[in-house]
Design a protein around this ligand. Sequence first.
Ligand code: FEO
Length: 398
Amino acid sequence: MIGITEIAPEVYWLGAKHPELRDFDELFPTSNGSTYNAYLVRGREKVALIDTVKAPFTKDYLDRVASLVPLEQIDLLVVNHTEPDHCGALGALLERNPNIEIYCTKPAENFLKQLYDIPMKTRVVAEGQELDLGGKTLRFLLAPNLHWPDTMFTYLPEQQLLFSCDAFGAHFCGDSLFDDEVPDFSSDFIGYYDAIMRPFKEKIREAVAKVEGLDIQVICPSHGPLRRRDPKSVIASYRTLSAAPPETGRKRALLLTLSPHGNTRNMAAAVRAGMESRGVEVVELAIYGTPAGTIRDELECADALVIGTPTINRDAPPQVWQALSLVSTVTPKGRIGAVFGSYGWSGEAVKLIEERLVGLKYTLAAPGLHYRFTPTEADIAACRGLGEQIGAALLGDK
Ligand code: FEO
């Protein structure tokens, strides 16, 4: 049947292709479409499905499954991850065969109950647990937060296949399923990592450690080409992309400023001097005009985030909020924060940004400072004191 590919003996790809997709979940651009990869593994005793597809592709998916194995003879479904692009056909599948057992993690079991109000026979798996299908073994490897708490990998040792869910994927839809038969999609691979995986670098390092010693012929992710050209290099690329920031032996602060009339930036100079007097390395960037990518990179190297913001129309400027919105898109190194700024007639911004930093799990090194219009000599001295307090917080001084 069209749309089924046997990727190893009795192991089939029967997912969906979505080449015209141009945005994923209204969150990320997908200029080369995507795929929702789903698999069927037929053992001597049991037949397993691994993940399903996004809901609009349900009918074709079920037709593909049924063309290989009657739906009532499917024994189990492995849910590596519950996000609807992989569980969209779950309800229709269980309607046709309510006896299917669902193998998943404990968080996935909870999410399934909250996502789909249908009876399910769930079987929660433990790390390394194996399921014998008869000549084919499914080994479950928990991979929490790649990129949801529910995520796991499934490894098929007899064929050396790793079903890695979203990890190692790419939003790319080629004419072929395999990475060695499609044009270069490295930018889609990197963009996907950057958009989806980057906030979870510590968890990625843990998951990579679980699989880099496995014998793997093909990585079978949930999106994009199957990786058979050099699976080890794909895993190694996640190791590199998720590396911890280098240790320099010095604490480092990222000082972001926005200063329409120069007053906030004059305050920043004093804050910076205070931090540097405590041995802190300071990277100062003007928020306006600095590429988001630069700020994201620096957030991952900074032990502290210090914001200098004016108040405009009773708020921090949109550019400051935009800069703060980048925090949740990366793996920040440290979570010490501080805020200061000049204002004209009200001065709400410092308080608002402090609250946002606390909401982002930062600990404030000291109460913020805000001064009206041009800071006085005493104000500047206080700013230097703020910098020294940030330095003390970074060094763990009382
Ligand atoms: Fe492809 Fe997190 O779903």
